[in-house]
Design a protein around this ligand. Sequence first.
Ligand SMILES: Nc1ncnc2c1ncn2[C@@H]1O[C@H](COP(=O)(O)OP(=O)(O)OP(=O)(O)O)[C@@H](O)[C@H]1O
Length: 229
Amino acid sequence: MIKATEIKKVYNPNKQNELAVLKGINLDIREGEFCTIIGKSGSGKTTLLKCLSGLESVTSGVIKVKQQDILNFSKKQMNAFRRNDIAFVFQEYNLIDDLTLHENIYLEHQPSDEIEHLIDVWDIRKAIHLFPNQCSGGQQQKAAILRALVKQVRILFCDEPTGALDGKSSKEVLSVLQEIQESHQTTILLITHNEQITQISNRVITIHDGEKVSDDINTEVKLARNLEW
Ligand SMILES: Nc1ncnc2c1ncn2[C@@H]1O[C@H](COP(=O)(O)OP(=O)(O)OP(=O)(O)O)[C@@H](O)[C@H]1O
């Protein structure tokens, strides 16, 4: 599904502040996998996710998504890939300031029963017509996750999606990600500092100083609702 070969990323090449962040990473993530990427702060996790999703250019290497070489996409192909095939959930929410949570969630999509149900279950109905700066971090993060789910994409990229959530909300959100993985065969790539989340993943990749130091298949995947938080 996502195959990366010898990915290297150097920020500010040939300048005084040149920084090699990814140092030749190889990955082969299968369709429908829940893959967790862990590693110390500054090890290159976010950069890797941005490169795999086409948000950031790479210095060298090949990235194939469903056998398509995304680094050679035309602008039009890249736009279609971003619009139809992938969605993001970022640590810092990235909601649009002058749209309400409801407007942020749906953007150009039609409201759906599944999402409206989650708005109630996740207890953000009372904030749904407020603007992001009037909402708590948790409410904003849940809205950002719903916005990604609305798109019904093949691949979901998540960077610390539970960073702003308490234990109960984290489990609720992770349960929904796991359900979507199950029901829609969505491939999920999730960066976290929380080792607990590795227990609900099929694959756990560890990055250290720009290199992949482990890539393990977890055969005893737990259900998110059974995590002890
Ligand atoms: N646009 C950029 N320009 C220059 N350097 C950058 C840029 N983005 C990230 N870096 C640097 O690359 C290194 C890796 O950053 P990255 O955000 O990928 O790490 P991370 O593992 O995701 O960290 P964290 O867990 O703290 O989010 C850091 O030293 C960071 O300062």
